[in-house]
Write a protein that binds this ligand. Structure first.
Ligand code: NAD
Ligand code: 2HG
Length: 387
C-alpha cells in the first residue's frame, strides 16, 4: 500500500485516480508520496520512506529540491497545467492597471444608496478615466508556459509585444506568435516597454530583477505586473518608484506586509491558479506522475532528477536506483547482479547535474538482499523494488 499525504487540498478529480493500492494519510512522516501546492516544505524533516513529492503547480521554491535529491526523493511539478488560469488573471491585471476599474467599483459601492446615481456618476466618472492597451508595448520576461500565452494574448489585444527568455524551449518558441519581437536581454524590455510582466521562476539570477537600477532604465509611468513570485521585485525600491511616478502601477499576485499597504499597488491574493480548471489539471497531472513513479519507476516532469521512461515492466523484476552522478556507479551495480547470477534484460541510466537515475529490468524477481547490496554502495541515495 502506497501512503499519500496531501500538504494542501488537492482537487478530487486527481485524488480519485488513486487506486486501491494507495491510502491517504494525514501523517507527513509516514508518507511514501506527497502532493503539495504552496505549503512550505523547507523546514520539514524528510523521512527515509518518502520517495516522491509532486507539486500541483509550476513554482517549486517552496520545496527543498537539493535536500530531496540528496535523499533520493524525486520532485515533480505540473508544467503548463495552470498556465491558462494565470494568463487570464494577467490580462485582468493589465486592464485594472489601465482603467480605474477598482476606483470605479468602489465609487459605485460608496454611492449605492444614491437615488440619483445615474446622474451623479456622469459627473464623478472623470476621476476614473484610463488609457487603452492597444498599440502599447508589452514586455514579457520569461517565455515559458505562462509567458507565451500572455505574449500571444497581448498580441491579439493589439499590443506591440516584446519577449525575452535566454532558455526559450523549442516547444514554447513554436507556440509563440511570429508577431512577437524576441530580444536578447531583459534590459531591452526595461527600456522599451510600457507594460512589463514577469513569468520566470524565483532563482538567484531572477531574485529582485525589478529593482532601483532596472526601474531607472524604464520609461516614466511603466506598469509592472508580477504574477510569478514576490521576491522578483525589491519592494523598497518599488515604493520609491511608485511615489516618484517612475512606475505607474505595480500589479502583483503576491502581496506581502510591505506591498499590501503600498500606494499604487493592485494586489490579488495568489489567485493565478485558483480556477477549477487549473486546479483539476494540476491535480490530475501530479497524481499521474506519482502513480507512474510509484508503480513503474518512470520519471516525467521532475525538477531534480532526469526524465526516465522504461514503460511498464514485463520482465521478472525491476529495481530503480537514485544515485550520485559520479564515475564507476554502473560497474558496481552490474557487478552485484552478476554476482547473484541475475541477467539484466534492459537498463536505462540518465543523469541530470549532480544526480542520476537507473532502471534495471532483470530476469529474476527483486529481493531485499539485492536492495541491501545496492544501497551499501557509496553514492547510492535510494533503491526501490518496483517488481
Ligand atoms: N500566480 C500564480 O498562481 C502562479 C501560477 C503558476 C506559476 N506561477 C509562477 O510563474 C512562474 C512561471 O511559470 P510557468 O508555468 O510559465 O513556468 P515555465 O517553467 O514554463 O516558464 C518559466 C520560463 O522562465 C524562463 N527563465 C528562467 N530564467 C530566466 C531568466 N533569467 N530570464 C528570462 N527567462 C527566464 C525559462 O526558460 C522558462 O521558459 C513559476 O515559476 C511560478 O513562480 C505563479
Ligand atoms: O497552487 C496554487 O494555488 C498556486 C500555484 C502557483 O503559484 C504555481 O507556481 O504553480
Amino acid at each position: 500500500m502506497v501512503k499519500v499525504n496531501c500538504l494542501n487540498p488537492i482537487a478530487n478529480c486527481g485524488l480519485d485516480l488513486l487506486t486501491e493500492n494507495y491510502e491517504k494519510t494525514d501523517n507527513f512522516q509516514e508518507a511514501d508520496a506527497v502532493l503539495v501546492r504552496s505549503a512550505a516544505m523547507h523546514d520539514l524533516e524528510l523521512a527515509e520512506n518518502l520517495a516522491a513529492v509532486a507539486r500541483a503547480g509550476a513554482g517549486v521554491n517552496n520545496i527543498p529540491l537539493d535536500k530531496c535529491a540528496e535523499k533520493g526523493i524525486v520532485v515533480f511539478n505540473t508544467p503548463g497545467a495552470n498556465a491558462n488560469g494565470v494568463k487570464e488573471l494577467v490580462i485582468a491585471g493589465l486592464m485594472m492597471a489601465s482603467r480605474d476599474i477598482i476606483g470605479g467599483i468602489n465609487w459605485v459601492n460608496e454611492n449605492k444608496s444614491d437615488e440619483a446615481i445615474g446622474k451623479t456618476m456622469e459627473k464623478a466618472k472623470s476621476k476614473f478615466a484610463g488609457r487603452e492597451i492597444q498599440g502599447k508595448k508589452l514586455g514579457v520576461i520569461g517565455l515559458g508556459a505562462i509567458g507565451v500565452l500572455v505574449a500571444n494574448a497581448g498580441n491579439r489585444l493589439g499590443m506591440d509585444v516584446y519577449g525575452c527568455d535566454p532558455f526559450l524551449s523549442v516547444e514554447h518558441a513554436l507556440n509563440m506568435s511570429r508577431d512577437i519581437t524576441l530580444v536578447k536581454t531583459r534590459e531591452e524590455i526595461f527600456r522599451e516597454c510600457d507594460y512589463i510582466t514577469v513569468h520566470v521562476p524565483l532563482l538567484d539570477d531572477t531574485r529582485e530583477m525589478i529593482n532601483k537600477d532596472t526601474m531607472a532604465m524604464m520609461k516614466d509611468g511603466t506598469v509592472i505586473l508580477n504574477f510569478a513570485r514576490d521576491l522578483l521585485v525589491n519592494d523598497d525600491d518599488m515604493k520609491e518608484a511608485l511615489e516618484s511616478g517612475k512606475i505607474g502601477a505595480y500589479v502583483t499576485d503576491f502581496p506581502n506586509p510591505k506591498t499590501a499597504n503600498m500606494k499604487g499597488v493592485i494586489a490579488t491574493p495568489h489567485l493565478g491558479a485558483s480556477t477549477a480548471e487549473s486546479e483539476d489539471n494540476c491535480a490530475i497531472m501530479a497524481v499521474r506522475e506519482i502513480m507512474d513513479y510509484m508503480e513503474n519507476g518512470n520519471i516525467k516532469n521532475s525538477v531534480n532528477y532526469p526524465a526516465c521512461d522504461a514503460g511498464v515492466c514485463n520482465t521478472a523484476g525491476r529495481i530503480t536506483v537514485c544515485h550520485k552522478n559520479v564515475p564507476n556507479m554502473l560497474t558496481q551495480f552490474t557487478a552485484i547482479f552478476s554476482k547473484e547470477g541475475i541477467n539484466i534484460e534492459n537498463m536505462i541510466n540518465k543523469s541530470r547535474g549532480e544526480y542520476a537515475y537507473c532502471i534495471f529490468d532483470i530476469g529474476a524477481a527483486s529481493t531485499d538482499h539485492l536492495v541491501e547490496q545496492l544501497q551499501d554502495i557509496e553514492g547510492v541515495l535510494k533503491v526501490r523494488i518496483i517488481k
